[in-house]
Design a protein around this ligand. Sequence first.
Ligand code: ASP
Length: 314
Amino acid sequence: MTFPHRHLLGIEALRPDEITTLLDLADQYVTLNRLPDKHADALVGLTQINMFFENSTRTQASFEIAGKRLGADVMNMAMQASSVKKGETLIDTALTLNAMHPDLLVVRHPHSGAVDLLAQKVNCAVLNAGDGRHEHPTQALLDALTIRRAKGRLHRLSVAICGDIAHSRVARSNILLLGKMENRLRLIGPPTLMPAGIAEFGVEVFDDMQEGLKDVDVVMMLRLQKERMDGGFIPSEREYYHRYGLDEDKLRSAKPDAIVMHPGPMNRGVEIDGTLADDINRSVIQDQVEMGVAVRMAAMDLLAQNLRLTRGAA
Ligand code: ASP
């Protein structure tokens, strides 16, 4: 079995060859998604439930589209209107849904570790769509696919991840994935937004954009995660943009063919200049969104294959 996992909870559990397997399959789904008929049958007969306890635009939409293109019956739980509002615990909600025999559960939750906990209580495959500041595996995988297609490889690249590293699950999953694939990582941001002990992960840390961006192949910008900040981490957004916002001028330090990435949602004029974000010669932000659908199709396809095998053997 080339992808022997019951769940996709984080990048931490994946081996480099498993990441490659998933990205190779996602490449095939990119091709399918560009055809007029975008249907395949990998998930026919299966039920997919999306449970988002935190806001989402791209991730929720792309998991829904991914499931539908592969033939699953997809249900989006409206968590705002659910019994969670009446005090039901996450586990009780999960057990209730579990009794309806879903096959794939896609979960986003504001608490780190909540999705892992839930996965222990249900019989189906669970995909982590972002838990607190812990992991966002499908984001790192879609970033990896975008980089691999733009640069022709996913190793020996110099990648800068910039901004609010401390509160970002996107940064964490990307650091794990890009590290496993043997890339050079540079983290750039104010010391207040840098997690303690991060240098132990084998990354270089900078608090100056020009210095940190020097000769990098990939520039990954992050949003200021204000919802996870409980104090004044930056003097002001204006000051932050001046020092850490990506614009043409700062980008000149990177390689001339460096690509610009952002997971979204983007705050123009806070972490990135709006014109640069829209410049299709530098920015691959829309490609990231396209890759997101393909990567989620690949992830659900691989997990469903395992599900069928284990059920067949039972
Ligand atoms: N959409 C990403 C996430 O859910 C990044 C962000 O919100 O800034 O983590």
